[in-house]
Design a protein around this ligand. Structure first.
Ligand SMILES: [Zn+2]
Length: 315
């Protein structure tokens, strides 16, 4: 097989690279994500791919939103995308190469489960902790997307029966409403307004940030910030409960944690989540790996390329 190119399209940046069959990414290119809608984005992606190889064997694209069978269903993080877009087909026509499209959390999970911290996983779940909580599911060594592409949506697993909290997706009681950074920020503001003690805003300003980034959380937790600690404790419990449900359903062997918060807070944070999960498991003594993602910014391009390779091999 010739060059397989992986593309990781994010809300802010696009990363593309050539990826070998053993998951090594080379010839990286990084560009700012265009804000003028699908035509502009497709133009840039085609340009980036052809500058890596003008005749690629296959191309995989990770997209920040729901996708199904090569079509972008919705693009909540991209400006100017108002209706479904046949992204794979349009890129394939321009590139004269097969193009496979996957959701970003799904391809990140595939990358980590094949070539990163979860290498060797058979049944794995990826948990991506950022503004929201992304999830991806690997079953029998392959990405499992379900009939609508929403399999493995860990962030929207409900975790509460009574007085649940509203999630960014509009539903109630999802784990993301407790553990996603956007929801956690809203909770910090609420607790401070209610008189809670917190220096998170000061920490944010000291760091020259305008948002509660993962590093702001890390500092606040390290300082023993009262509000930050209370909210993170709740997030850990919500995640642990949701994961227990997934593990009891699927008997997973590997749990992979990626995204800003996982990378900043590291293995200790993952261990805390595991502690919440264990007493809730049908088979708590079975060996399972709980790991922090290790490919960094490459998990998306490596996973996207892996998805493209798998699609070609299935033909
Ligand atoms: Zn939700």
């Amino acid at each position: 097989m010739g060059t397989v190119v992986g593309v990781d399209l994010g809300g802010t940046n696009v990363l593309a690279a050539a990826v070998s069959s053993d998951g090594e990414a080379t010839d990286h290119i990084k560009e700012t994500t265009p804000t003028g809608g699908p035509d502009e984005v497709i133009e840039l992606l085609v340009e980036m791919v052809t500058s890596i190889d003008d005749s690629p064997a296959a191309v995989g694209v990770g997209f920040p939103g729901p996708v199904s069978q090569g079509v972008v269903i919705e693009a909540p993080n991209l400006a100017g995308w108002t209706e479904p877009v046949k992204l794979a087909k349009r890129m394939a026509k321009r590139l004269k190469a097969p193009v496979t499209l996957g959701n970003d959390a799904n391809v990140g999970t595939l990358g980590e489960a094949r070539h990163g911290a979860g290498a060797g996983a058979v049944n794995a779940l990826g948990c991506w902790m950022g503004t929201g909580i992304g999830g991806g599911l690997i079953i029998d060594g392959r990405l499992f997307e379900g009939q609508s592409g929403t399999a493995g949506e860990l962030g929207h697993v409900p975790v509460e029966m009574t007085s649940p909290r509203r999630c960014g997706c509009g539903r109630w009681g999802c784990v993301e409403a407790y553990a996603g950074r956007a929801s956690m920020r809203a909770m910090v503001d609420r607790l401070i307004a209610e008189g809670g003690s917190s220096e998170m805003v000061e920490i944010m300003e000291d760091k020259g940030k305008t948002r509660f980034t993962s590093s702001v959380w890390k500092k606040a937790l390290k300082n023993g910030d009262e509000v930050a600690t209370a909210i993170m404790d709740e997030a850990v419990i919500a995640l642990g409960i949701a994961l227990a449900g997934m593990i009891n359903t699927l008997d997973l062997d590997t749990l992979i944690f990626g995204g800003g918060l996982a990378e900043k807070l590291g293995q200790d944070h993952v261990d805390r989540i595991e502690e919440v999960t264990l007493p809730r498991l049908m088979a708590p003594d079975v060996k399972r790996r709980w790991v922090v993602a290790s490919l960094g910014d490459d998990s998306g391009v490596v996973g996207a390329a892996e998805l493209a390779r798998a699609a070609e091999q299935a033909v």
